[in-house]
Design a protein around this ligand. Structure first.
Ligand SMILES: [Cu+2]
Length: 475
């Protein structure tokens, strides 16, 4: 006979109610390792916070059982065993100094047990260990070089996105914090408007960004933990570092995430991808103010930095075509192209030797266009539609009102981690960003009204598609 059969004898209605509650509970709890979970630490600082949390959980469970157990025992032991007994008034007494003193002492001991690791945790999270303090490094199982070669990221919270500045490299990006998995990352937190909160649960914990104040936290990933995980079907895996952390600089990270993951999946497609979120209400788009942190091998991180710096280096941009020069295969020049517009220059690459005077227009067979016509037209639109008013490309752009768009085509997410950065979402974003992310300060920014060109794109398929081609071509 089945259990349900038994119960159904009791009351079918009750079974239904119990089942419904049980199912509702089951469906509302997700796996502890879902993508924005503090219960699945992948770094040293977050692991420490998790351990302290678990310690307090165990202590609380112990207290619950001890107190509840005593209560049940007393209820049972001193129950009235007969009708007569129930009528009797028991002997009245109060206070037991032995029990009271013991309870006070036990509470004090428990508080100390909790306080010591908590204070140690506060110290740990507030200060990167001294690279010369071998004892501490040994205890934390860290190498001196992991601390000595720490990178610094200055984070600025803005309504409703994140600016990530790497002062050591002189580069500024937005919404995606690329970092080397083996190195400590110091994070200085500032805000330019209201209070925000930087929350990177699997790596770093949470810290507020306060106006007029600089806050700090740091993190260091655990490569071993990044490589291990449990796939959505519940099977454990342990992959190579290169598989867990595809390269950002050549677009592999973006590709891998896009092929492996639907945007709404609860789990990371790759171990090196981390989810962050603003955790302090900051206005109407607050819930959409998230970000990504992308772990990289040392080598790939350096390559990403180099690519970013080169994209911003005016000395590395191709120079104008000179008729006295001879060009060899692979050389890139800029040259006018009147089919795109008046006074417009674009980049050409020599596909074979181009002798003196063989310009891209007189000798088109020697040259190929580096970018498509749509890309070039999108580039022009970026200037004429007022985008450059708020967005920097090819410079550090610290003063820019909007996110820096350098290497935007390598980003996995759009609108501060809110959407997947592909043609479809970008198309939606450019047509009407307010519909996608209500209250965002692109659509509602200073100086933007219904006459602003960015609000005229809704039905302009051609312009939108050219802008999309240009933006995703920035890689
Ligand atoms: Cu915020």
């Amino acid at each position: 006979m089945t259990i349900t059969h038994h119960i159904s004898k009791i009351s079918p209605k009750l079974v239904l109610i119990v089942n419904t509650i049980f199912l509702a509970l089951l469906s509302s709890c997700s796996r502890v390792d879902h993508k924005q979970s503090a219960l699945d630490p992948k770094g040293l600082v977050s692991q420490n916070q998790y351990d302290i949390f678990m310690l307090s959980v165990w202590i609380t469970i112990f207290l619950f059982c001890a107190v509840g157990g005593c209560l049940l025992y007393v209820l049972w032991k001193y129950r009235a065993k007969s009708k007569e007994e129930a009528m009797e008034v028991p002997e009245q007494m109060h206070g037991n100094s032995k029990v009271e003193t013991t309870l006070i002492l036990v509470s004090a001991v428990i508080l100390v047990i909790l306080a010591v690791p908590t204070l140690q945790g506060v110290v740990l999270m507030n200060r990167v260990p001294d690279p010369n303090d071998t004892a501490t490094l040994e205890k934390l199982k860290l190498d001196k070089s992991q601390i000595e070669d720490a990178i610094t990221v200055n984070v600025t919270g803005k309504r409703f996105f994140w600016v990530f500045e790497y002062p050591q490299y002189g580069i500024v990006t937005a919404n995606e914090l690329v970092f080397p998995a083996s190195k400590a990352v110091r994070v200085n937190l500032r805000t330019e408007d209201v209070i925000h909160s930087f929350w990177l649960p699997k790596l770093a914990g949470k810290m507020d960004l306060m106006p007029g104040q600089e806050n700090f936290l740091w993190f260091i990933a655990d490569e071993d933990k990044i490589r291990k995980g449990i796939d959505p079907d519940g099977n454990p895996y342990n992959v190579d570092a290169k598989v867990a952390m595809p390269s950002v600089f050549n677009g592999e990270m973006r590709e891998t995430i896009f092929t492996k993951q639907a945007f709404t999946d609860e789990f990371e497609a790759v171990g090196g991808l981390f989810y962050g979120q603003c955790a302090e209400y900051c206005g109407n788009s607050h819930a959409y103010m998230s970000f990504r942190a992308l772990a990289q091998t040392d080598e790939d991180f350096d390559k990403w930095v180099l690519k970013f710096r080169n994209a911003q280096n005016p000395n590395l941009q191709p120079s104008a075509y000179m008729s006295e020069s001879k060009y060899s295969k692979g050389d890139i020049v800029t040259f006018s192209d009147s089919t795109i517009g008046e006074n417009v220059t674009r980049e050409y690459r020599a596909v074979k030797v181009a002798n003196k005077g063989q310009t891209p227009s007189t000798q088109p067979k020697s040259w190929e266009k580096v970018h498509s016509d749509d890309y070039e037209k999108g580039k022009i639109l970026f200037g004429t539609q007022g985008c450059a008013q708020c967005h920097a490309i090819n410079k550090t752009g610290l003063g820019a009102k909007g996110p820096n768009l350098t290497l935007f085509g390598l980003r996995t997410s759009l609108a501060a981690g809110w959407m997947r950065n592909d043609e479809e979402s970008l198309d939606k974003w450019l047509r009407n960003s307010n519909e996608v992310k209500f209250g965002n300060l692109m659509w509602n920014g200073e100086g933007v009204d219904d006459r602003h060109p960015l609000r005229q794109l809704e039905d302009d398929d051609e312009k939108v598609s050219q802008l999309v081609t240009y933006l995703l071509g920035l890689k």
